[in-house]
Design a protein around this ligand. Structure first.
Ligand code: SAM
Length: 290
C-alpha cells in the first residue's frame, strides 16, 4: 500500500473528518512534508526483516511509511482520541500493531521479546518534545534490545546529544547518549514541516547503539552520578561539584586525588572532560573504595 498521508491537504481532511482537537500537553505536531518523511525512513535504514517501534504515531502519517518498509511496526500512542483515526488511516496495513499507552509505562524489553523474539528493535519517531530525554534515556538504561534510534527532536537537543567538550551545549545528556550510541544529525527541519508549527527548530538524529561500550567503566551508575554532579554547578570547578553533590560521598582528599590523576590541574571544570576522562575519573573513585 502506498502512503496517503504526509501532505497538508490529506492531514487536514483526516483531522476534520474526526473533529480532532490538538492537545498541547501531548506535544502534538504532525508531519506534513513527504520529503522529510522520506529522509527519516532512509536514515533509519529499515528493511523487510525489521521490527520498528514508533513512539507517538499521531494520525499515522509516518506509520504508513514505516509499514511499507518494515516487517512489523508497533506504534504506541497515548492519546485515545487518535486510536479510531489510526484504525482508519492504517486500515489495510496488516503489519501494524497499535498500543494505546503512555510509552514511559510500557515494558519495551518485554515487547521486543513478545513481538520480535527478543531481537533488537529499531526505534523511529517524531517524538513528543516534552519527554525526549526520559524516552531516550529509558530506552538505553533499561537495556532494551535495540539497534538504532532515529528520531525527530528539538534542534537544540539534537545538538546537545552530538556535541563534545568545549561547546556550551555539552552536558550530561551528551555523555549519556554517547556512552550508549554513536550520534549523527541527519537533517534540520523547519517549523513549517509540521501542523501546528512548533515554536522551536527541529532536527532528525540517528543514534546507533554500540554493541560494546566505547570506554571501560567499573560502575556505570557511579559514572553517571559523577557526570551529573560535574554539570550541576556549571560555573564551579569539578572538585567543588563533586564535593557538593548529595549523590556522592567521597572525601575531599579522595576527590582531589582522583582529579589529580587526570593530569588536567586542580581547577579543571567538568565541561572540559571527555567521556573517557569521566570513565577514568569514576574508575579512580571506585577504586578508592574497593
Ligand atoms: N508521528 C506523528 C507525526 O509525525 O505526524 C505525530 C508526532 S507528535 C510530535 C508526537 C506524538 O506523540 C503525538 O501523537 C502525541 O499524542 C504522542 N505522545 C505524547 N506523549 C506520549 C506518551 N507519553 N506516550 C506515547 N505517545 C505520546
Amino acid at each position: 500500500k502506498e502512503p496517503t498521508l504526509g501532505n497538508p491537504q490529506n492531514t487536514i481532511a483526516v483531522l476534520q473528518k474526526y473533529n480532532f482537537v490538538f492537545q498541547k500537553k501531548f506535544g502534538q505536531n504532525f508531519l506534513i512534508d513527504t520529503h522529510v518523511l522520506d529522509k527519516i525512513i532512509r536514515a533509519a535504514e529499515i528493511g523487510k526483516d525489521d521490527c520498528v517501534l514508533e513512539i507517538g504515531p499521531g494520525i499515522g502519517t509516518m506509520t504508513q511509511y514505516l509499514a511499507c518498509a518494515a516487517k512489523k511496526v508497533i506504534a504506541v500512542e497515548i492519546d485515545k482520541a487518535l486510536i479510531p483515526i489510526l484504525n482508519d488511516t492504517l486500515d489495510g496495513y496488516d503489519n501494524v500493531k497499535i498500543i494505546n499507552e503512555d510509552v514511559l509505562k510500557v515494558d519495551i524489553a518485554k515487547l521486543a521479546e513478545e513481538e520480535n523474539d527478543g531481537k533488537p528493535l529499531k526505534v523511529v519517531a517524531n517524538l513528543p518534545y516534552y519527554i525526549t530525554t526520559p524516552i531516550i534515556m529509558g530506552l538505553f538504561e533499561n537495556h532494551v534490545p535495540l539497534q538504532s534510534i532515529t528520531v525527530m527532536v528539538q534542534k537544540e537537543v539534537a545538538d546537545r546529544m552530538q556535541t563534545g567538550p568545549g561547546s556550551k551545549d555539552y552536558g550530561a545528556l551528551s555523555l549519556a547518549v554517547q556512552y550508549y550510541a554513536k550520534p549523527y544529525i541527519v537533517a534540520n527541519v523547519p517549523p513549517n514541516c509540521f501542523m501546528p508549527r512548533p515554536k522551536v527548530g527541529s532536527a532528525v538524529i540517528r543514534l546507533e547503539r554500540y554493541e560494546d561500550a566505547p570506554v571501560y567503566v567499573e560502575d556505570e551508575k557511579l559514572m553517571f552520578r559523577v557526570i551529573r554532579a560535574s554539570f550541576n554547578q556549571r560555573r564551579k570547578t569539578l572538585a567543588n561539584g563533586l564535593k557538593n553533590s548529595a549523590e556522592l560521598d567521597f572525601t575531599k582528599e579522595e576527590i582531589e586525588e582522583a582529579i589529580a590523576r587526570l593530569g588536567k590541574g586542580a581547577s579543571v571544570r567538568g565541561e572540559a572532560l571527555t567521556l573517557e576522562e569521566f570513565a577514568n575519573l569514576s574508575n579512580a573513585l571506585y577504586n578508592t573504595r574497593k
